[in-house]
Design a protein around this ligand. Sequence first.
Ligand code: TXA
Ligand code: MG
Length: 341
Amino acid sequence: MKTKILKVSPFDIDLNKINIAADIIKLGGLVVFPTETVYGLGASALNKDAVRKIFAAKGRPADNPLIMHLDNLERIEDFAYINKELFEKIKIFVPGPITFVLKKKKIVPDIVTANKDTVAVRVPAHPIANALIEMAGVPIAAPSANLSGKPSPTIAEHVAEDMFGRVDVILDGGNVDFGLESTVIDLTEEIPTLLRPGPIVPEKLKEVFGKINIPDFVFGKGKVDVAKAPGMKYRHYAPDKKTILVEYSQERIEKIKEIIRNYKSPLLVIFEEDKKYFENYDIMISGKKDDYFEIAVKLFSILRNADKTHNDVIIIEGVEDNGLGISIMNRLRKASSEIRR
Ligand code: TXA
Ligand code: MG
């Protein structure tokens, strides 16, 4: 397949280019587009054949459902059941980096939801994503635009690595804002359940929803409830290279020094503040120790780049499990082949 790459500035959107992409969606094709979280691989959510192409292009298992992206909340009732009280609550987060799981209506094709009776809905906060969905005139089903097993793409170059030749159009809108996929929250029961931690952190969710369940698997512990969180059983974002995560502690420097003795050529992914301890080593800087926003937005790029070097092992410093740190650690624990506490 011939892939067209169209550069679009999010600050000065060329609607002719969005129109080309929107026409492809209407015709049942595949379009990669930027969102505020990561790039998405989109097709018309109401066209089964088009959605089937998403699974093929990504190599995604058919039992892992897709998020349906809307350009605003008004149409949500066409696709999902939601009462007034809940609608008022989710409005607070919309548009934004959060996905709501609700009971689905019949119109949503089973292939989108992997035959489940629920559907995941999200209204992104990105001018290119929103313009594309609006011009296409249909909801867009879209997973992250990586091949299954690769980190989610946060720049168009990483999209092209995985998707060139597999999609019709890539809309290159530059860098994303967050670099971590949306928070996924299941609202089908009385007490909401966090299925995937993301940019909207648990404290914010509690402010609006009151009590929420946070299952142990969010912290890399316990068993995944596959019926509720079908995507969480897959080991996402794992570099091919051996990857050791050193959980955050005061003794982290000593721990890393001990680990690197066992390897010929380690690559260290560490905080700006810690580089002075490892002057003669190959290093990538994850960010400043307490700037979780910076660490999150660079994380997937670093993992991709780290996997391309000649080093024999990647050793990564973890952050603390609070706020956005919970979401960062959720991804890092999945990415690593070994965890040192
Ligand atoms: O930020 C994001 O959410 C990005 C952008 C493109 O919107 N999308 C994304 O999609 O990360 P994906 O497919 O890579 O991750 C969606 C997650 C998966 O873990 C999937 O299992 C879960 O959402 N999901 C989708 N529908 C669901 C449902 N009905 N019930 C439970 N989980 C669902
Ligand atoms: Mg994904």
